[in-house]
Design a binder for this molecule. Structure first.
Ligand SMILES: Nc1ncnc2c1ncn2[C@@H]1O[C@H](COP(=O)(O)OP(=O)(O)OP(=O)(O)O)[C@@H](O)[C@H]1O
Ligand SMILES: [Mg+2]
Length: 511
């Protein structure tokens, strides 16, 4: 075999209380698509951050194209032709695509072939257009970031690194924020990048994507290197086992629902979205206790605004949200929480956690005023607070290096998600609204979270699940409501649902 493009050997990185990488090995051949797989907290992002110079490893050797390198920062990485697309994009929203791409490397106009004052956006725009065409990215160089979809924003991030002439491209969970359609498109882009000789390393939890796009896959578990396999010689079951160290059950075992009283009744709801027009437009929906209703739809059909309106983050323009017969549409958020609405928000960073708080503090964000977390005089009682976090960490298998004292920001993405879900389930709400619950979770964690959601149903909670993953909706829900353009197009029992029928409804064709 020729010299690997990336060779990382014996990489060790310790954070307070946790060995994030423990003698890890990674070898990537030039021009391959290499997947990096591992449970939440296994050390994948850490390893890639070391390669990109964001962290310095405590020990280990990195060779790029056969030469040993010390990568002290992103500038070193860029100089070596390494680019990284982070899970949370770093774009300036009111700038255009081109302005974002050239940020930090602005070309200047020349006079007598010397750089002179002005920013030469025209040349930049031409180059951005050229790159976009070569790789089939279909990005409009003049569009403003705030007006383009998340999928397009990701392509701008790709353009940014191509513009800097990267030929080693690292993606940290690029598909976690994409719709199924956008995922297919991204995997096609990967193949075009590969055809042009680029090397790609991407992190994902979705075994289907690895089967569809990767040549080889390296697996980490709890900071350790487990192995590297040829993707065509393996299958999803084997990959899952390598990753969690036991066999994983992909099917959800649940008995038929026995719905009870009506808990949530939404009548003719209208909610104005960020574009100033109704995103939810006369939507009606019912959820009973003891059942899981899934909202299926293509991203941008009012699902996010529906969830925001129930939680109180967006005002309701018209219609009613009845919780056991009482209209909560205009109540304060605290009042809604106290009347039994639990909420797992779509964006865990913005609405789920206070990132600079400790995990134990995050676990009582909605209950700190109650006993035993507050004393009669209103003082916080720390032993009770940290004991509470301790038990949720155990129950939900949240991996946090410093236990209850861990700062939320330092936890891996999947463990942050588990923390939010743990807090909301622990409140035992009558209505549990869950948006994209398994985004960024590994298969073992998904199995667990799905089981917990079914358990909550069986305890008599009403569950409203919003997910872009049709597989998840079909597996978990008792009834499925397809939404299109802010309205429910039809509701079908899960047994009667098949992917094509739901797909047609999502496209606006009635049941
Ligand atoms: N900046 C940090 N400070 C302290 N601990 C950290 C920091 N970054 C990561 N860790 C810890 O290192 C371990 C590995 O984290 P990492 O983010 O690499 O996991 P991951 O494999 O990317 O997980 P996920 O799939 O959930 O994103 C975790 O236990 C995490 O809590
Ligand atoms: Mg990660």
């Amino acid at each position: 075999m020729s010299v690997p493009v990336i060779e990382m050997t014996g990489i060790t990185k310790v954070f307070p209380g946790v060995v994030a990488n423990d003698g890890v090995h990674l070898e990537v051949a030039g021009g391959e698509i290499h997947a990096l797989l591992g449970e939440n907290g296994a050390g994948k992002s850490t390893l890639m951050s070391i390669l990109f110079g964001l962290y310095e490893c405590d020990s280990g050797v990195i060779r790029i194209r056969g030469r040993e390198e010390k990568i002290r920062g992103p500038n070193d990485a860029t100089a070596l032709g390494i680019g990284m697309v982070h899970q949370h994009f770093k774009l300036v929203h009111n700038f255009t695509v081109t302005e974002n791409v050239v940020l930090g490397l602005e070309p200047r106009t020349t006079v007598f072939s010397r750089p002179w004052g002005n920013l030469d956006l025209k040349t930049a725009e031409e180059r951005v257009r050229g790159l976009s065409e070569t790789y089939g990215l279909s990005v409009d160089p003049r569009a403003r970031i705030e007006n383009i979809t998340v999928g397009m924003q990701q392509r701008v991030e790709i353009l940014k690194i191509l513009y800097r002439r990267a030929d080693i491209l690292i993606f940290d969970e690029p598909t976690a924020v994409l719709t199924p359609q956008e995922i297919d498109e991204l995997l096609a882009i990967f193949n075009r990048l590969k055809a042009e000789g680029k090397t790609i390393v991407f992190i994902t939890h979705k075994l289907k994507e690895i089967k569809a796009a990767a040549d080889r896959c390296t697996v980490l578990r709890r900071g350790k290197y487990i192995g590297t396999v040829n993707v065509k010689d393996t299958d999803e079951q084997k990959l899952a086992e390598m990753m969690v160290g036991r066999s994983v059950n992909f099917r959800i075992d649940k008995k038929t629902a026995s719905p009870g009283e009506l808990v949530l009744k939404i009548e003719n709801l209208t909610v104005v979205g960020s574009k100033g027009v109704p995103a939810v437009n006369g939507l009606s929906l019912e959820v009973r206790s003891g059942e899981i209703i899934g909202v299926a739809g293509v991203d941008g059909n009012g699902q996010s605004e529906l969830v925001a309106a129930i939680s109180g983050l967006l005002p309701v323009k018209a219609g009613r949200i009845l919780l056991k017969g009482r209209d909560i549409a205009h109540e304060s958020i605290r009042r809604r929480n106290e009347s039994g609405v639990g909420m797992v928000p779509e964006d865990r960073h913005r609405h789920g956690l206070v990132l600079d708080f400790r995990i134990d503090e995050n676990m009582i964000l909605k209950s700190y005023r109650r006993r035993p977390y507050s004393s009669q005089l209103g003082f916080l009682r720390f032993p009770a607070i940290s004991g509470h976090a301790e038990s949720l960490i155990g129950e939900f298998d949240i991996r946090a290096g410093n236990g209850p004292a861990t700062i939320a920001r330092g936890m891996s993405g999947g463990n942050q998600q588990k923390a939010v879900i743990a807090r909301e389930i622990d409140l035992s709400p009558e209505l549990l609204v869950i948006a994209q619950p398994t985004r960024g979770l590994d298969v073992g964690a998904i199995e667990y979270i799905h089981r917990r959601i079914v358990e909550e149903r069986d305890k008599g909670r009403a569950v409203l699940l919003v997910s872009f993953e049709l597989d998840e909706i079909m597996a978990l829900c008792d009834r499925i409501a397809a939404v299109s353009k802010g309205r429910v197009v039809g509701v079908v029992p899960a047994e009667a649902a098949d992917e094509r029928r739901i797909g047609a409804m999502m496209a606006g064709v009635g049941a």
